[in-house]
Design a protein around this ligand. Structure first.
Ligand code: T4K
Length: 373
């Protein structure tokens, strides 16, 4: 490994190239490259089994999956969501003509605060789109209670939550639908890709139909669908990657433990504790840079960058700070004090299966050094 190469916040898991060749030969032999081919079907079945869910529809990426999830449930009007996420969460609403309404997060979990959800409900509210930020489960019970009380749909943006389990079950089984991203920066990826987890076969059929232009058969189009299909190449790569995923998850969890131990005594640096009963996936390693640390979050970010460590300030700026959202009443920072505060303090450190103990030592050393300086 090149010692001087930058260490990015993540690096895609890429199994040995020779292991991909048999899959490619199979695609060439089948001459079936997309539109629900054999690898697509195999990956859907394998993921259901692996994740412990009943129905999965694969997509070309997580954003189109989010857009389709909203379409499939006929969501309109206002949807309550978090400002503390990647822009795709709110963009998917805008592409459906839906108005995102931002509610504040719980500073302990970085996820939507259920009390703030309830306070944001208006007669125009039809759904809630919470995000399991960094793969840390939302308060699913409280959200479920609110949704039932007000007859709202719940679509979880579970882009970060691959393989996360809580009290023995997949976190993807909550709400009406859960949406995954299989982008190259994710724990499990298919270069680009995504999926919707649905609770029953009728919902899956409807979603599968929507992602294929709404085509039912050669002469029937039942809805203004979109092209959201995953290709055979991406599906084949996903199947190969699934063979390596358990080891990759173990390595991520070990890195998570390593960072926690190594950073425990650094003043002003807080690592988020894992909630009880949660099997985490090590998707991200966020730290909070507090007052007791002798440099600001941005100074630390820059010091690391200067030394070739490209940590990322996910999620700064907040979605609500971007120009297309900023003028909405719910985007007012006064409405979002916890999210605004966390966005000023957070830094996601590099975490990926091949991150070595030496690299972690170097990163932690730089963090200690910046504190002393
Ligand atoms: N909902 C949530 C909550 C999400 O976080 C996301 C995506 C979505 C929905 C939408 O899902 P997709 O439509 O993307 O499937 C990245 C990803 O592009 C994005 O997928 C992800 N969230 C977001 C949190 O992170 P950027 O702009 O930070 O990516 P980028 O290109 O700066 O990459 C980050 C680092 O990863 C780079 O510094 C280097 C490394 N990298 C990246 C790529 C693409 C590699 O080493 N190899 C690579 O191939 O958005």
């Amino acid at each position: 490994m090149n010692e001087d190469a930058p260490i990015f916040v993540t690096q895609p898991l890429l199994p040995p190239l020779d292991q991909l060749m048999p899959y490619l030969e199979q695609i060439w032999a089948n001459k079936y490259v997309t539109n629900g081919g054999p690898f697509h079907q195999q990956l859907e079945a394998a993921l259901c089994e692996h994740l412990g869910v009943k129905h999965i529809s694969l997509f070309a990426n997580g954003t189109i999956a989010l857009m389709t999830a909203l379409q499939s449930l006929g969501v309109k009007g206002e949807v309550i969501t978090t400002p503390y996420s990647f822009v795709a969460t709110a963009h998917a609403m805008m592409w459906n003509g839906i108005k995102p309404v931002f509610a504040d997060i719980d500073p302990a979990t970085f996820n939507l605060d259920p009390a703030r959800i309830e306070a944001a409900i208006t007669p125009a509210t039809t759904a809630i789109m919470p995000v399991h930020c960094y793969g840390r489960p939302c308060d699913v019970q409280a959200i479920d209670t609110i949704a039932r009380r007000h007859s709202l749909k719940v679509i979880y943006d579970a882009a970060h939550a691959f393989a996360v389990r809580q009290d023995g079950t997949s976190v993807l089984t909550h709400g009406d639908l859960s949406v995954l991203s299989f982008h190259g920066t994710k724990v499990f990826h298919t270069f680009e890709g995504g999926a919707i987890v649905s609770p029953d076969s009728a919902t899956k059929r409807h979603i599968d139909n929507l992602k294929n232009f709404g085509i039912v058969d050669e002469v029937t189009v039942s809805a203004p669908g979109i092209n959201g299909k995953m290709s055979e190449f991406n599906a084949a790569f996903g199947l190969l990657q699934l063979k390596h995923i358990e080891l990759a998850l173990d390595k991520r969890r070990a890195i998570d433990r390593h960072y926690r131990e190594a950073l425990a005594d650094v003043p002003g640096i807080t690592c988020l504790p894992h909630a009880a009963g949660v099997v985490a996936n090590g998707a991200y390693f966020p730290i909070l840079v507090g007052r007791a640390y002798h440099a600001s979050r941005d100074e630390l970010y820059q010091k690391l960058r200067d030394a070739g460590v490209v940590a990322r300030r996910y999620f700064y700026p907040l979605i609500s700070d971007f120009p297309m959202y900023r003028t909405m009443p719910s985007a007012d920072p006064a409405n979002l004090p916890a999210a605004s505060q966390i966005a000023r303090q957070v830094l996601c450190l590099p975490i990926f299966p091949d991150l070595s103990a030496d690299q972690i030592k170097r990163i932690v050393g730089l963090i200690r050094q910046a504190c002393r300086a």
